[in-house]
Design a protein around this ligand. Structure first.
Ligand SMILES: C[S@@+](CC[C@H](N)C(=O)[O-])C[C@H]1O[C@@H](n2cnc3c(N)ncnc32)[C@H](O)[C@@H]1O
Length: 247
C-alpha cells in the first residue's frame, strides 16, 4: 500500500514534490510509502488503510486535497475515540473546535457513535473577523453553524454549539469527558479549554492536541507544556504534528 499526496505546508511545491518523487524512485522497494501533510515514510505498514471501516469513514468526509492528506492525523483521532469506547472510559466526547465537522463526522461514523450512550459536544465560532487571534478558514460563514447542525441531523447525541471557547464552555459542557480533540489554532483559547475541561477528563481518557507539534503553532506547545507538567502530564509529540496525552 502506498499513499501519495502532494500536499505539503511551507514548501515550494513544484521543486519539492519533484524531489520527493526522486527520493521515491531511489527506494530499494517502493512499498509502504506515505507522502503528504509534511510526512514522508517508506517501508511502513500503514495499517489504517487496511481498516475498511476507517477508510470508508475517511472517504465519506474528504472534500479537499488537504482533508485527504491528513489521513494519518485522522487515524490518530479515530484510534483515540475507538480506544476510549472499547476500554469503557466513562464520559462524553468533545471537539474544540469542529469547523465543518468533518473530523467529528468521521469519528462518529467510525465508532457508530449514534448507538453510544454518550454525547459528542462540538464547538466553534463558525464565522471569522479580522480582530480574532487565529486565522480564518475557507468555509467560515454565517451559514456554517447550520450546515454543521444539518450534517449531524441523523445523530441526536451530537450537540453543536456556536460560541467562543472557553467562555461558551461555562454555558454548555459535559461533566465528564472520555475523549477530547483540541484544535483551536491559538494558545489562550486552548489553555482556556484545558482550564475548564482537563479535570473532567476521566482516568484513561485521551486528549489529542492537533497543532502541538507544528512550528507554526509553537506558542501552543510553549503554553501547554508547563500547564500540563504542573499537573504531572507530558505530551507525546507524534510524527503527524499532533500531541497525545493519556490521562
Ligand atoms: C483548524 S479549524 C478546526 C478543524 C477541525 N478540528 C477539523 O478537524 O475539521 C480551527 C477552528 O477553530 C475555531 N476557533 C478558533 N478559536 C476559537 C475560539 N476561541 N472558540 C471557538 N472556536 C474557535 C475556528 O473558528 C476554526 O474553525
Amino acid at each position: 500500500m502506498n499513499f501519495l499526496s502532494s500536499v505539503f505546508f511551507g514548501v515550494k511545491p513544484e521543486g519539492f514534490v519533484k524531489n520527493i518523487q526522486g527520493a521515491i524512485d531511489n527506494l530499494n522497494t517502493q512499498n509502504g510509502v506515505f507522502t503528504g501533510d509534511n510526512l514522508f515514510t517508506f517501508g511502513r505498514n500503514l495499517g489504517f488503510f487496511e481498516d475498511e471501516k476507517f477508510v470508508n469513514a475517511w472517504r465519506g468526509v474528504v472534500e479537499t486535497p488537504i482533508e485527504e492528506a491528513i489521513v494519518w492525523r485522522l487515524h490518530v483521532v479515530a484510534w483515540a475515540a475507538k480506544s476510549v469506547i472499547s476500554r469503557r472510559v466513562p464520559g462524553d466526547f468533545v471537539e474544540c473546535a469542529c469547523y465543518k465537522g468533518g473530523t467529528a463526522r468521521l469519528v462518529a461514523d467510525y465508532t457508530d457513535f449514534k448507538d453510544q450512550d454518550r454525547t459528542y459536544y462540538l464547538y466553534d465560532l463558525f464565522e471569522h473577523d479580522p480582530s480574532m487571534a487565529h486565522h480564518a478558514m475557507p468555509e467560515h460563514s454565517k451559514q456554517l453553524y447550520q450546515r454543521v447542525v444539518d450534517r449531524f441531523a441523523d445523530m441526536s447525541n451530537v450537540r453543536v454549539t456556536q460560541g467562543s471557547v472557553p467562555q461558551v464552555l461555562h454555558e454548555v459542557a459535559p461533566e465528564r469527558v472520555a475523549f477530547m480533540h483540541i484544535d483551536l489554532n491559538n494558545a489562550p483559547a486552548e489553555i482556556g479549554a484545558l482550564e475548564v475541561l482537563f479535570d473532567r477528563l476521566s482516568p484513561g481518557g485521551i486528549l489529542i492536541l492537533d497543532d502541538y507539534g507544528w512550528l507554526g503553532y509553537r506558542a501552543q506547545k510553549l503554553a501547554e507544556d508547563p500547564w500540563l507538567a504542573a499537573r504531572g502530564y507530558h505530551v507525546l509529540e507524534l510524527p503527524t504534528g499532533q500531541g497525545l496525552v493519556f490521562k
